[in-house]
Design a protein around this ligand. Structure first.
Ligand code: HEM
Length: 353
């Protein structure tokens, strides 16, 4: 296999956004680290729209290979760069990037009108709506349910695609569709009444978590004899559990605006679910984009175990208001992500030889 060097600049732009977002995360946690203008407030947008908003349309563009599609991740990349000196323009560029992602998904649905492409298209639509509300002045704590729906449905669609080998029954697809629609209904409701919107979203997250734990390939592969398949299954399985935990937190607390409970509610989804999924999908996605295999090492478990233990620490610190525990938990979350990046780059370079 030949390394596809031309896609590396896109990945570098996504990873740079991630690094800035991690830096901003430390400031938001209260660590005394130097800052630059607008950095702390940019943390959430950098993660969701900068890092993942570049990577997600890039993966689709590489799969379909129509030239215009490669402009879409670039819009999100310009968006995060602009965020530091002109935040309003950065948000508009993200909105254009999300519209472009929706257009790519439109092409995918046309080519393959199937439940997995439709789910991903609704995910992109949620991102567009969340961004439009954000640009029109809604605070992030309110539109965050749209961003959560974007990532949960995008990942959910990917899981449905990979689960096709199991030939899911119509009633399984029906229950998934009902839970996904409930998630979107929660985001709609949160725009008008945050408490009930948050609770409905929480209910949908819990239902989707149970659905995945019962029906996803991951549950079957957790004892697989192939070490990479087993590792991926464990990443996914643990991510589904965090999705359920996040559902319970949202159901219990309802509306949250800032502070430790808010931290627990958003990061159970964004770190527990989304980052676990990234750890698990990286050995599938990076070879697809870069054209080289990811060699599996048992050391991959170090980052995975650290991610979950540190998130348990962080959420415990959040829920019990123990600031130091929360700060260390958050910091170790970052160490786990950096370890993952280092291990993935090492394994790609090894695979290239
Ligand atoms: C891995 C380490 C991370 C750290 C240390 C971190 C830290 C923080 C902190 C301290 C807050 C503020 C919570 C509060 O108001 O008290 C926050 C908010 C937020 N984080 Fe993270 N975070 C991390 C990962 C992520 C990831 C992976 C995502 C998304 C994929 C994310 C998205 C967000 C969002 C959307 C908000 C809300 C922003 C706002 O209301 O302005 N975070 N984060």
């Amino acid at each position: 296999m030949k390394l596809q060097i031309r896609f590396i600049p896109f990945i570098a732009l996504a990873l740079l956004a991630l690094l800035f977002a991690l830096w901003a995360g430390l400031i938001r946690l209260g660590w005394a680290v130097p800052s630059i203008p607008n950095l702390a407030l940019a943390h959430g947008p950098l993660m969701v729209c900068g890092f993942l908003g570049v990577l997600i349309p890039l993966e689709r563009a590489v799969a379909i290979r129509q030239k215009w599609m490669f402009a879409v991740p670039l819009l999100s990349a310009f968006g995060w760069i602009t965020l530091f000196f002109a935040p309003a323009i950065g948000a508009i560029l993200f909105t254009l990037g999300s519209l472009g992602t929706l257009a790519i998904l439109g092409v995918m649905v046309q080519r393959e009108p199937h439940i997995h492409t439709i789910t991903m298209a609704f995910g992109a639509l949620a991102w567009v709506i969340g961004n439009i509300l954000w640009v029109s002045g809604f605070p992030i704590f309110q539109i965050v349910f749209w961003w959560m729906s974007f990532l949960i449905l995008t990942i959910g669609g990917e899981r449905l695609e990979l689960n096709r080998v199991l030939h899911p029954r119509p009633e399984q697809i029906r229950s998934f569709s009902i839970f996904a629609a409930t998630l979107l209904a929660g985001a709609v409701l949160s725009t008008f009444t945050l408490t009930w919107g948050a609770r409905l979203s929480g209910l949908a997250m819990l239902a989707l978590s149970l659905w995945f734990l019962k029906n996803d390939l991951a549950t079957r592969n957790i004892h697989h004899s192939n070490p990479l398949t087993r590792y991926i299954a464990i990443c996914l399985f643990s991510g589904f559990i965090w999705l359920g935990i996040s559902g319970v937190i949202h159901l219990y607390f309802g509306a949250l605006y800032a502070g430790p409970f808010y931290d627990a509610s958003v990061h159970a989804v964004f770190v527990g679910f989304v980052i676990s999924m990234i750890f698990g999908h990286a050995p599938i996605i990076f070879p697809a984009i870069l054209g080289v295999p990811v060699t599996f090492y048992r050391a991959f478990y170090v980052q995975l175990i650290l991610l979950h233990l540190s998130l348990i620490l962080r959420v415990t610190g959040d829920l019990t208001n123990l600031v130091t525990i929360r700060k260390w938990g958050g910091m170790l979350n970052e160490v786990a992500i950096l370890l993952f990046l280092g291990m993935t780059i090492y394994s790609i370079l090894k695979g290239k030889k």
